[in-house]
Design a protein around this ligand. Structure first.
Ligand code: SF4
Length: 126
């Protein structure tokens, strides 16, 4: 049986796994406060965004050298997912400093790294 992207990220280490845990935490805080979901649970829209984000992270073209998604020169998210994720980050970002200060600090440090050069589009072989 193939693993879901979120399960793959849970078992890994490095930038993508760190971002996954941070994103999941912020999403849970936001959904609980804004959508009334029980602690540890997500409404269907936020659950869909979480699964989508896990898929994007596992397929990220920068691999473990990725910038934070907020500073990415590519932005691989679809516009509606990107817009909801921005709203979540804006809401949860300041609250992370109080509730999860270490995670917030590490995320801030990750975000200070220079974004990698935008990869060139692949040219057809031959
Ligand atoms: S937005 Fe950028 S950094 Fe984030 S997963 Fe997509 S390509 Fe990778």
């Amino acid at each position: 049986m193939t693993e879901a992207p979120g399960e793959i990220l849970e078992k890994s280490a490095g930038r993508r796994a760190r971002e996954w845990i941070t994103m999941r935490t912020m999403l849970a805080m936001f959904c609980h406060a804004r959508h009334g979901s029980p602690r540890g649970g997500l409404c269907p829209r936020c659950a869909a965004l979480r699964d989508y984000a896990a898929l994007r992270l596992t397929r990220c073209k920068f691999g473990e050298d990725k910038p934070t998604c907020a500073r990415c020169p590519v932005h691989c998210y679809k516009p509606d997912h990107r817009s909801l994720m921005r709203e979540i980050m804006r809401w949860a970002g300041p609250r992370m400093m109080w509730r999860h200060p270490v995670m917030a600090l590490v995320h801030l440090l990750d975000g200070r790294r220079d974004p990698p050069v935008r990869p060139k589009p692949e040219t057809p072989a031959g």
